[in-house]
Design a protein around this ligand. Structure first.
Ligand code: PMP
Length: 436
């Protein structure tokens, strides 16, 4: 059955005033015309690439299928020329094609069916531009609570009315979302967006269940908002159950698609320093994001895109999948080590749910005093640090601030001995806090 997309006009209500004011770049829009055979272009202020000294970039990577072997590849010739020069705003064609193929395989979304991709300098870049493209100062924004601390300043700088949606071990609580929306004051403009991290949420480590995803999507239809699906931990899912479909995939079940703007990242699977992420979603929104890029930084580095593509192309999709499976197994083992230490040292002192994706434990310090849950802020920021362990007090992830007994601990980097020592130090800190 053909996919029916929401019409382009639908999105004008979802664009910020700034995005509506932004004019397309008078030069970048004409680049494709240079490709017509016989055209002599006097158009772009591109430097002459014959003056660039790089002649090739040689890459060696561990083979996904057999890490004892190395795969060699090279960015040279036409691919290098493309990597060294200014390129299209949305990304270099070869990497864009790889992403379209990935989104079809992973999420069932076919190229040309009303959606588009834009490559950013990490997903943070395209998330920031999406927010700037959709949200006006003072707008109400639905945001899961706790939320990734890296997006909060985006909304806070716009003085948004951050509407916290509760989360639990099944991810974002659709019942809480429903009640917020049902009780929405009639004279207050409705929220245009909901921000959520569905796999291995940062900071809670939790993954949204299929039921929750379905209910949130139904609410997006009913109450007319766009889901900002920030999913950098998608490939770091290591749960026993089959993977849940993304919102981007689930919306194919709806009569009309186009309510999901999805963000992916290569940071956790290829390299965080390579700075490649991508936004996938409705064409009009992606176009507006590109217009922001054309003003802000022209494009994401062509060279890092060419390097990433060269590697991914040499591996093939199967190699890529094998690699992501190896990475997710790695984090599962790290999770297990951390949890063993937590059970050993923090039983009765802290409470947590076991993450099935990502790299975080979110645990509650059991500090209850006079019926109050307590606050992890000074205990973690000061007392734990004095004992030589550094973690994040939960308050930094609360969109509207406030007290919480929760703490975020990242288990991505440490070996067994360090984990043991860190968790012991946490134990001593909590015991001391409880004694006071
Ligand atoms: N979203 C979430 C939830 C994250 O945890 C991160 C990285 N910490 C990002 C986005 C940004 O990732 P990147 O820009 O490296 O793709």
């Amino acid at each position: 059955m053909a996919v029916k997309s929401l019409p382009a006009e639908f999105y004008s209500a979802f664009l910020s005033d700034a995005a509506k004011e932004r004019k397309p770049s008078p030069i970048r829009g004409l680049y494709p015309l240079e490709a017509r055979p016989g055209v002599i272009s006097l158009l772009a202020g591109k430097p002459n690439a014959t003056t660039f000294p790089l002649t090739s970039v040689k890459l060696t990577s561990r083979s996904p299928a057999d890490p004892s072997k190395e795969i060699e590849t090279e960015v040279s010739g036409q691919a290098l020329a493309e990597g060294l020069q200014y390129g299209p705003t949305a990304g270099i064609p070869s990497l864009l094609e790889w992403v379209y193929d990935l989104q079809q395989r992973e999420h069932g979304r076919k190229k040309g069916e009303g959606w588009r991709v834009s490559i950013g300098s990490g997903s943070q870049d395209v998330i920031y531009k999406a927010v700037a493209t959709m949200v006006n100062p003072g707008d109400a924004v639905l945001i899961e609570c706790p939320a990734y601390a890296g997006v909060l300043p985006m909304f806070q700088a716009l003085h948004c009315d951050l509407i916290e949606v509760e989360t639990d071990a099944q991810g974002i609580k659709s019942s809480s979302l429903r009640s917020i929306l049902q009780n929405w004051s009639e004279n207050k403009p409705k929220p245009k967006v909901l921000y959520t991290v569905p796999y291995g949420c940062n900071p809670t480590g939790m993954t949204a269940t299929l039921d929750r995803r379905r209910e949130v999507l139904a609410l997006a239809q009913e109450h007319n908002f766009i889901i900002l699906e920030d999913d950098p931990y998608y490939f770091l899912y290591y749960g026993n159950a089959a993977r849940y479909p993304s919102y981007f995939s689930l919306e194919l079940e709806e009569p009309e698609v186009g309510r999901v703007l999805r963000f992916d990242s290569l940071s956790k699977i290829l390299s965080s320093g390579i700075r490649i992420g991508f936004a996938s979603g409705p064409e009009p929104l992606l176009q507006a994001i590109d217009m922001h890029t054309a003003v802000a930084n022209l494009q994401t580095s062509s060279l890092t895109q060419a390097i990433a593509f060269s590697l991914l192309d040499a591996w093939g999709y199967d190699g890529f999948k094998t690699h992501t499976e190896t990475v997710s197994r790695f984090y599962r083992e790290k999770r297990d080590v951390f949890e063993v230490a937590m059970r050993r040292h923090l039983s009765g002192l802290a409470e947590w749910s076991t993450p099935e994706a990502g790299m975080f434990f979110w645990f509650k310090l059991l500090l209850v005093k006079d019926g109050e849950e307590g606050d992890s802020e000074s205990i973690i920021r000061t007392k734990a640090y004095e004992r030589g362990v550094l973690a994040l007090p939960g308050t930094v992830f609360l969109p509207r601030g406030g007290k919480t007994a929760y703490v975020r601990a990242s288990f991505s980097l440490l070996g067994e001995e360090e984990v043991e020592e860190a968790v012991k130090r946490l134990r001593e800190t909590i015991l001391e806090a409880r004694a006071q």
